[in-house]
Write a protein that binds this ligand. Sequence first.
Ligand code: PMP
Length: 427
Amino acid sequence: MNELHARHRRVLPDWLALYYDDPLEITHGEGRHVWDAEGNKYLDFFGGILTTMTAHALPEVTKAVSEQAGRINHSSTLYLNRPMVDLAERIAHVSGIPDARVFFTTSGTEANDTALLLATTHRRSNTVLAMRNSYHGRSFSAVGITGNRGWSPTSLSPLQTLYVHGGVRGRGPFADLGDAEFVEACVADLKDLLGHTRAPAALIAEPIQGVGGFTSPPDGLYAAFREVLDAHGILWIADEVQTGWGRTGEHFWGWQAHGRSGPPDIVTFAKGIGNGMSIGGVIARSEIMNCLDANSISTFGGTQVTMAAGLANLSYLLEHDLQGNARRVGGLLIERLRAVAAQDPGVREVRGRGLMIGVELTKPGTDLADPDRAAAVLEAARADGLLIGKGGGHDTSALRVAPPLSLTVAEAEEGAAILEGALRSTQ
Ligand code: PMP
């Protein structure tokens, strides 16, 4: 154990999850690459979903941040804040939500907390529907709606949460159903739940589950849910913390794959929009956003420096059509990984959209998750200069690929070749 790892272990909580037997200290990055403290270079196929949506050390963002930091970074909400208004207008415009209002937070957790505050106040109910296997953050209320037990350390929730089927097919009775039958079964499950409960405030769902392993619910699942929810006046909160901003290629928002019935009532976002600066937020129709009847402020949500980063990053994303890039380069990468998987009996599924790709590993010839191999593939890929992630339900058996959205075709090829080698060496 190196000196930093030992100090980390002594002073930080045991429950902070660290990747790798010999954890990595990343010291700098550029484009789609990062370097560790020993000078090793890695192609980063995971940082795109964490913080670096577009590219590491993107000059446009660095310049905007340093210029703004040299001017002012004052209280976010007590005084007029031009970068905040500018970014809110742009986000309202791309949100698809009519009469949208935007509130900025510093994280996805806090964004979901705020969404819950709005929905429960608006509906006068503290019952919430959430998806099995979901992840929504680490605060008291966010863990209370997180269905993924590995990330939900307490059952003492301030909310009454009911979990719905649909985000992941899992290995139970829903596993072998075709898309249409699966949607039908999930809708029946939702209706059944609603028959036995006080009116819930909202359903919160990730259009594709992120921590849960980049799952792939059938298109239209949430539109089918929506019809049922609308009949009861229940709000739909889409947690777009991982799926937003064009990552899924075909769509700008993850919900659009389910969007027959229009945009969600509330959308939450975070992670990469600041390209490393801490921005989260909530978008909702003004009628919902304005249902609170006491004052609120935020000291750090929406500071000028983070807003400057968000503006520069969003401009870069739109001007360079990174959504189109995610569709094209992600499409090639998925194809390439499917070809590798066809030769590997331990790969159950390669799923994904755009640059959000999951590779589910099972023990060959069985339906059993293979978390040991997932960990081994991560180590082998790292040894060959590629960083990927992992996730899943009860077992962490899905590899997660989510590079910065500016990934080039050559980098996609290079990463796929390393991943192929890592899969081969762990068979
Ligand atoms: N929602 C989703 C879907 C997430 O993936 C995450 C982070 N993994 C969060 C919320 C929480 O975001 P943060 O870590 O910024 O609090």
